[in-house]
Structures are given as structure tokens and as C-alpha cells.
Design a protein around this ligand. Structure first.
Ligand SMILES: [Zn+2]
Length: 257
């Protein structure tokens, strides 16, 4: 994804806020409240609105729409408690649901590999190919849309965010599975009838603005491109394949022409 430009408020004040935070922390008589106040400057409506827009109102990690009952959170990819200098750094900020952001999941967790590189995946980093690290599979028997790790990084991500509900986060996999099951039913209808409305709805499901679109990219988009030869679907499949060799392989990009 393309990160939007840094909001004006950060351009103007990020350096000042960081200096202030460092001063307050260095002062032995500062209270916890003073430190919290100096830290929480990042939690500004302008910053949050820009992040919300950039992530289409979806949690950067679990791809759920952050609904009206959850205002969402400004998430620090590198936790501010460990990387104080990145507290107000635009490129370190993400939009997430409060569950992914909570201490039980991401919280201050930021595991590194033996070389000191992050094991978590920054969803806004285009240099990372998510399809290389994560698999999005549909279990036809259990009717479950599983997200599994393909390597150490993928395993770390699925474990921390509990994508498959192994640590109790059952609502997420349930909601995701219902969504994918509906899409696959719609796909069957489209394949049998070539119904234009069904095809359009399936195309819409592949847009990044939609919930769980990573699954739609894997399970829906290749059919729209290969079977229906839909020009928009082909263009989207091409666009993602160019960014992601792992996706190109699973979506049979080579066979398109
Ligand atoms: Zn989430």
C-alpha cells in the first residue's frame, strides 16, 4: 500500500513533541501523568483521521472494519515504550482495532530474529510480500478461513494476533469464515450463471477497502481473471502480482496472457 503524506500536525509538531517527551522523562520529579500527557500527543484527531483514511477504516492487522462501537487505535508498529524516538514518527504509525492493539496481542510485543530484524510484518511496508509469509486457506470441511504462517515471520504474526482463535479469539475467525463462505457461494453462482451482478459483487470484494480482501485476492480474483477474463480483475491481478511474486505464483499470473 501507498502511505499517504505525513499530516501537517506532525510536520509542524513531531520534533517539538519528541523534545518535550525526552525532557519530561529526563526530569526525575516528573509524574506518570506528565509523562503520559507528553507521550499521548500523537493521539491527535488529524493523525487518526489520516490513518483511518489510509487503511480504509480497516484494522491494519486483522483486516476487520473498525466499526462504530470501536473507535480504533493509533498503533505504533515499533512500540513507543521500546522505541521512544518513534512515538511521533508517521511511518511507524498504523490504524488498528483495539483488540489487535491490546496487551494480549500486539501491545508492547515486538519480537526480533537472531539478526535483530522484526519478526512482525509492517502492513504498510511495500517491500514485504505478505503472501510469502502467510497463507490464506479455506477449509471446506470445517468451513473455516484460516490464516497460517509459512515461515517464522508468518507464524509470529498469526500467533501474536491469534488469527485462528487458538488462544481464544474465536469471534474473528468466525466472522471472517462467514464472509468467505458467502463469497465462495456467490462465486459458484457466478461460475454457473455468469450473473453480472454476482461478478460485480465479487470484484468489489477484492478491493483493499473491503474486509478480509486478502482472502478474496487468493480465492476469488484468480477466477474472475482466468475464467471470466474480466479486464478490471486482470488489471488488479497484474498489479498485485508485480508487487508480490508469491501472489503471482498462486494466482497463476504467468498463465494470464
Ligand atoms: Zn484488528
Amino acid at each position: 500500500m501507498q502511505r499517504s503524506p505525513q499530516p501537517d500536525i506532525l510536520k509542524r509538531l513531531a520534533v517539538k513533541w519528541l523534545n518535550k517527551l525526552q525532557q519530561v522523562k529526563a526530569n526525575p520529579i516528573s509524574t506518570k501523568r506528565q509523562i503520559d500527557n507528553a507521550t499521548n500527543k500523537y493521539n491527535h484527531p488529524e493523525v487518526k483521521n489520516d490513518l483511518k483514511k489510509m487503511f480504509n477504516g480497516k484494522c491494519a492487522y486483522c483486516e476487520s472494519k473498525v466499526s462504530v462501537v470501536d473507535y480504533g487505535a493509533i498503533e505504533h508498529f515499533r512500540p513507543k515504550s521500546l522505541y521512544e524516538y518513534l512515538t511521533f514518527e508517521w511511518n511507524n504509525l498504523l490504524y488498528s482495532c483495539n483488540i489487535c492493539n491490546s496487551g494480549n496481542h500486539k501491545g508492547t510485543n515486538f519480537p526480533l530474529d537472531v539478526n535483530g530484524n522484526p519478526l512482525l510484518i509492517d502492513p504498510s511496508d511495500d517491500a514485504i510480500d505478505p503472501f510469502l509469509h502467510l497463507s490464506f486457506s479455506w477449509d471446506e470441511v470445517a468451513k473455516l478461513a484460516n490464516i497460517d504462517g509459512c515461515d517464522q515471520r508468518g507464524n509470529t504474526v498469526t500467533e501474536i494476533f491469534d488469527f485462528n482463535g487458538n488462544r481464544g479469539r474465536k469471534e474473528l475467525i468466525k466472522k471472517r469464515s462467514i464472509h468467505i463462505k458467502k463469497l465462495l457461494t456467490l462465486l459458484n453462482i457466478a461460475l454457473n450463471t455468469s450473473d453480472m451482478q454476482a461478478i460485480q459483487m465479487l470484484k468489489d470484494s477484492c478491493q483493499t477497502s473491503e474486509e478480509y480482501s486478502a482472502f478474496a485476492l487468493v480465492h476469488i480474483l484468480p477466477h474472475l481473471a482466468h475464467h471470466f477474463r474480466d479486464p478490471e480483475a486482470i488489471a488488479l491481478l497484474e498489479q498485485i502480482s508485480k508487487r508480490s511474486p508469491a501472489y503471482a505464483a498462486l494466482a497463476r499470473f504467468e498463465n494470464l496472457s
